[in-house]
Write a protein that binds this ligand. Sequence first.
Ligand code: ADP
Ligand code: MG
Ligand code: MG
Length: 327
Amino acid sequence: RWPIGKPHEVSGENFRLGTYVKLRLLGEDKNFFEGELAAMDGEIVRLEGLFSVNIASSDISRLNGAGGEWVKVTPETAALVKRSLAIAALTDGAFDPAIGRIVRLWGIGTPGARVPKPAEIRAALRSKGYKEVTVRENGGECYIKTPPGLWLDLGAIAKGHVADILKERLAADGVKRAVIDLGGNLDLVGDSPEGRPWRLGLQHPHKPRGEYFGVVEVSDRSVVTSGPYERFFEQDGVCYHHIFDPATGYPAKSDFDSVSIIDRDSALADALCTALFVMGRVKAEKFLEKNGGLAAVFVLASEDKVLVTPEARKIFRLTDKNFTVDT
Ligand code: ADP
Ligand code: MG
Ligand code: MG
């Protein structure tokens, strides 16, 4: 497959989007790749500057501070918010981008993390959530309106969406093989340098980073995992993690220790991982029945069992001998 020796690989790592972003481009054109890599990083920085709640000048921060007025945003932000609202509706609010105040209140992953008082949680919860957000497009100009006190947070979909944008760029520029790793949100472009599918481990939820419970073999797919082990703090022996149940404002009590989704659409995979985690087993199984065709792997909490959807069975192999596949 590689007529002149080993393929070139150009890679880079930067702290972006609150995580370590690693990009690898593989192929012949090393000089072109160097520039492409820098351009991709610039694009990530630009998009983070639109979507992040941690950057005061971002579209989302400006919206959250707007107190109910229409706010002009970039078309990129309008597109991602629209997509988020659609997935929120699809998941009946298990994924809800209007979770911003709850996320801020708990501060999980920040030095100020704490268990809020029930009254604080009630005050930060929006009964209608995402349904109160409106996006309007007018002759190419985009506007969003949220009620005062409702804050958006795109943390459960932004990495996937950024990966999708980077993939489009690579396709347009003729890059056929690449790995986009946005802190565990993985995108495998093309096939591996051996001309086979990429082999990728799925993070073991109870073991150190880099230890896997199974592998998937895929080409041209995004592999996204959500789990409470990613970000949490402990108080009085209780573990509080960063995936919230929008119905309660507390970290979701899930039947799962992790949810992995394998799909072409990275934004969808990212948002649905979060949503299926929040739903738990009964609701997740109903969701998958209704929206068939999704490749997903679940690790059940407190049981050493793994659930694998029919679409995922062809590409997933269990490697941890302490786990069994539930049928
Ligand atoms: P990770 O941040 O590890 O990629 P997720 O994709 O599951 O994990 O996203 C979790 C983040 O999304 C949280 O840190 C928070 O910003 C936000 N979030 C938490 N719960 C929800 C929810 N139910 N719906 C939408 N966003 C959420
Ligand atoms: Mg997610
Ligand atoms: Mg995510």
